[in-house]
Design a protein around this ligand. Structure first.
Ligand code: SAH
Length: 357
């Protein structure tokens, strides 16, 4: 009889993994409860490997290791900002590198996770866009970023997750869908849905899929320009999914939506832009987040001055729209999208998204 294929437990939803482990325990003559004990060590109390599950009999641990895997991500570098932000570069089994950022803020610890290696969308101010698309991350590679940080000698435990690292999460929906379950369920990381934000350029099929999930996951839309003409120059995806359709999808999404708006000096920061942006936000009752441009790797754009950002915010607020100016974090460690990897790695040949679908 041929050997059964190895199963990666970290690519399954917590409930599926537990069911499988209970059956396996039972079939191997130890109580099914042993399967539940192992399942706890996937996410809730993560273990570095079967060896580390000291509460499990050694013989059963050896049987587990013959049938199942718990793949790790390799931490290549860590950078610490003077403001407490920490940025991690992880290597995948095929050598691809991705970034994860941990941002402490009072009682909160927000992890900014990557969903793809590279990105196909080529937004003109974004360092990840300049790399091109390399590949989608698997479920275990996305959830694994949170898991690895929980297994550091001094564990970092996320209270909030934002999909604002490398990649477009809604172009990797099957993996992201499962990751949301792992992050949210009590037998996963148990992070409340309202504390998990998916950020997208406005990839419409993905917004529809997200809207079908019953949990209150947050949606953030990278708007960055209030008209099609300007947006198309910054975000090529606007040709495929024009602003009006994205705004309509946001209006239909019956949960809170945030607009992300990177302030690009002399490009999208004039008074008429504020007025147009405010009226779009009113259409879908969105909250507006103004993001100071992260200077590292920002491709020739210049940041809007803090005074102008403040005035822009006032102009939006005057129209009755809620607006906040995002604090720039980790400026000294190149913590914006794609910036650490760009510093550390030579560019590779990008592939088109279709080659990987
Ligand atoms: N693809 C998704 C998520 C990844 S980017 C999206 O576009 O929403 C997360 C956010 O960082 C986006 O709003 C993106 O536009 C923004 N961003 C990219 N480069 C930046 C830079 N240099 N400075 C500030 N924000 C940047």
């Amino acid at each position: 009889m041929s050997k059964p294929a190895m199963v990666n437990l970290l690519d399954l939803t917590p409930s599926d993994a537990e069911e499988l482990l209970r059956e396996f325990a039972h079939a191997n003559g130890v109580g099914a409860y042993r399967g539940s004990q192992v399942a706890r060590r996937l996410w809730t109390a993560p273990a570095t490997g079967f060896d580390a599950m000291v509460e499990i009999p050694k013989a059963f641990r050896e049987q587990l290791a013959e049938r199942f895997t718990l793949p790790r991500l390799t931490l290549i570098t860590e950078q610490r900002s003077t403001d407490g932000t920490r940025k991690f570069l992880f290597q995948m089994h095929d050598g691809q590198a991705i970034e994860t950022v941990a941002i402490p803020d009072g009682d909160r610890m927000t992890f900014c996770v990557s969903s793809q290696a590279g990105c196909a969308l080529k937004c003109s101010f974004c360092a990840t866009g300049a790399m091109g698309f390399l590949r989608n991350l698997d479920t275990y590679e996305i959830a694994g970023q949170v898991r690895e940080l929980a297994m550091l000698d001094e564990p970092l435990l996320a209270t909030n997750i934002v999909f604002m690292g490398m990649g477009e999460p809604l172009m990797n929906w099957p993996a992201v869908d499962k990751v949301l379950t792992i992050l949210n369920k009590p037998n996963g990381f148990g992070i409340g849905a309202r504390h998990i934000t998916i950020s997208t350029v406005g990839w419409l099929p993905g917004i529809e899929s997200l809207a079908k999930r019953p949990e209150q996951f947050r949606l953030a839309i990278s708007v960055h320009a209030p008209s099609d003409a300007l947006r198309a120059t910054l975000m090529p995806v606007n040709t495929k999914f024009p602003l009006a359709d994205v705004i309509a999808a946001a209006a239909k999404f019956d949960r809170r939506v945030t607009f992300e708006y990177v302030m690009l000096g002399g490009v999208n920061d004039a008074t008429p832009h504020a007025e147009q942006l405010a009226s779009l936000a009113r259409e879908c009752k969105a909250f507006v987040n103004l993001i100071p441009l992260h200077p590292g790797g920002s491709m020739g754009f210049v940041p809007t001055t803090p005074e102008r950002i403040a005035a822009f915010a006032r102009q939006i607020r005057k129209k009755g729209v809620e607006v906040a100016i995002r604090k720039s974090r980790g400026i000294d460690i190149a913590a914006a999208c794609g910036q650490l990897r760009v510093e550390r790695q030579p560019r590779r040949r990008p592939v088109s998204a279709d080659e990987h679908s």
